[in-house]
Design a protein around this ligand. Sequence first.
Ligand code: NAD
Length: 471
Amino acid sequence: MKMFLKSEWAERDTRIDVVNPFNGEAFDTVPEATPADVTAAVDGLVEGAKVMRAMTALERCEILRKAATLMRARVDEIGTLISTEEGKILAEGKLEVSRAAETIDLSADEARRITGEVLPLDAAPGGAGKLGFTLRVPVGIVAAITPFNFPLNLVAHKLGPAIAGGNAVLIKPATDTPLSALKLVEILLEAGLPPEAIACLTGPGSSIGAAICTDDRIRKITFTGSVEVGKAICRAAGLKRVTMELGSNSPLIVLDDADLAKVTTATVATGFANAGQVCISCQRVIATPGIHDNLLDELQPLVAGLTAGDQLAEGTNVGPLVRESDATRVADWVREASTNGARLLCGGEREGAVVQPALLADVSPDMRLSCDELFGPAVGVTRAANIDEAIALANDTPYGLSAGIFTENLDAALRFTREVDCGNLHINWGPMWRADLMPYGGLKDSGLGKEGPKYAIEEMTETKMVVIHGQ
Ligand code: NAD
């Protein structure tokens, strides 16, 4: 495919292969953008920002509404594209298209709800006769930098609110998965978005990231990706607003009174979806002694029964990782943990980019499999003496994105919500669950700011205060 800037689809001589991670075959190419392309794209978006600022909320809503309808009509085609470039199984690829359409639809709803507030200025000393109100205005140009693992929906979570808020937007999708983002640009243009209001540049963040982050005409950077890159972007961004949706090694606490069948279902569903490449994947199960052994006995056959392989084939539960190098890293971390005393109950073997889903017991908190973000199909189980130790282990991490607890005890569940330092907390489910309308975002090193169209729009608009000085 081509990239899009200055109202045109553009080719470049240097092109990057887009590869199916299961078989390593290149099935398309995209241009490799340069820092000069970033400058040119932003030149175009300066004009686009003026057009967007003049557009009514109703017009923005209608464009987004139409885009959502167009997406829903192309679920099979775009779902297959997502699966082919990213590696998730077809059912997950199609689900992502439906969710992305929902995200764009929610953005359409929110475009009509951007309001200010009236302030009782006569409540202030010297405020008699005065009336105050706030206006929310677009920031101007938003830059959106996205990761590989949800190559459509995480792009929708940035483009939808940016457009709803009346901004022009530059999108830089992940190098490995640029096609889904380019499809969304195609659809937004078809839905009536002014072409000067959007640009999509393809290429590695290492070569064009700095040019994006240091361009002062960009007023807001919204980033989803790793902590390391997030910190580098914050250092480069200077006086720009930033939203950072970063990584995690999410815990699931299982107390003695938990419903075992529900725990095993949730652990498989939240630990192995998208081959564990979800920022809120269940990575660490922390179980108390009364349930620990039974949990391992029930979980092991379910994990061992998952079929890993070609993401496009019927019957596959777990596809490849996005790159073979990631599969090698995941298999190494599993091997390293078992060498250092963890019990490998199943999985961990690698073939190409596919890693067999793994379950490990006796995982200690200092193993990389536990203390770093794994982003792969393995779940480690750790024993905790009681809820105090379970909460301490859950919090023993620089991350704070999402956590779950299974218990029938309301007091224990409420204590978990108060004491576990994460942006999203799930009672009687694993850490991986998201409705696209929720405020979503991490604490600690997992990030800054919230997504979900309503909340992202707040971060992509600015407040002006107006005072009418009546007599
Ligand atoms: P990544 O950080 O390697 O890359 C993310 C994006 O940043 C890509 O588009 C990349 O090209 C770009 N980039 C790289 N270097 C850059 C630089 N110097 N300047 C600007 N941009 C640069 O992440 P990834 O491997 O694509 O995705 C996996 C990570 O994303 C995991 O850590 C995961 O937890 C995180 N993630 C977080 C959320 C969330 O909502 N919190 C959601 C999904 C993924």
